[in-house]
Design a protein around this ligand. Structure first.
Ligand code: G3P
Ligand code: MG
Length: 236
């Protein structure tokens, strides 16, 4: 079973920062997941929430700030004073860092309401084109079906995964439409029967966010990949 560090290793360092990515490396991961969204000036940055308050010392919507403004903020102190001064990563910086650390990377694309999905896709694709990542080392995922459809049509050479919270009735159609290799499900809402259906349809089953080893026991035989804030608990 492959273990993917969620937002780096978000359980032990401030999520989606260099510190969290380095921590995932220290814990022995070969894959990490990070969240990608666009700043006001259409730069791709690594950040989870739509608003800044929880995981930085900024205020308001991330998409209302330029990259330069976002780079002035502190993304570590909210987690612990030990991480004071931790910076925002642009997608370019993140890809460079992951390349240096020999990570494979799951980019989760977050489309903010009102944003143009074509723009998000174009910006991320251009960052990937500039990077020297092997296509097979990039897994593109999103809850947003439209984003995935556009991305996959333009760049069929990457791996694709569809994210679901509750698995909808038409999950198979959605996965087929984006030529997904994997189906990413919330462990909290997935039944064993649903997990079996995903596997029988030929998809890799990826579960998020699994922080206790016991959580996967009932469906361990069906799971290919686990996304965890605490990768060490699974790798140790
Ligand atoms: O990609 C798995 C997981 O990160 C999806 O949910 O909200 O943690 O980005 P979220
Ligand atoms: Mg995510």
């Amino acid at each position: 079973m492959v273990i993917v560090g969620h937002r780096g290793a978000a359980g032990n360092a401030p999520e989606n920062t260099q510190a969290a990515i380095l921590e995932a490396k220290r814990q022995g991961c070969s894959w990490i997941e990070v969240d990608v969204q666009l700043s006001l000036d259409h730069e791709a940055v690594i950040f989870h929430d739509t608003t800044l308050e929880r995981s930085s010392n900024g205020r308001g919507h991330l998409s209302a700030h330029s990259l330069r403004e976002l780079q002035q903020l502190d993304y570590g102190t909210w987690y612990s004073p030990q991480f004071e001064g931790e910076a925002l990563l642009s997608l370019k910086q993140c890809l460079d860092l992951c390349m240096r650390l020999n990570f494979k990377i799951n980019l989760e694309l977050k489309l903010v309401e009102g944003q143009d999905p074509n723009r998000l896709v174009a910006v991320v694709q251009s960052c990937l084109d500039e990077s020297r990542f092997a296509c097979d080392d990039i897994l593109i995922s999103s809850f947003d079906h439209q984003v995935l459809k556009i991305f996959q049509k333009d760049a069929p050479h990457y791996r694709y995964g569809h994210l679901f919270d509750h698995l909808p009735d038409n999950w198979l159609q959605q996965c087929e439409a984006i030529k997904a290799q994997s189906c990413h499900c919330n462990i909290e809402h997935l039944s064993r029967a649903q997990a079996q259906a995903v596997k029988e349809a030929g998809y890799q089953l990826i579960l998020y966010t699994v922080n206790q080893v016991e959580q996967i026991e009932p469906i361990k035989d069906l799971v290919d990949i686990v996304i965890s804030d605490y990768p060490e608990r699974f790798l140790g």
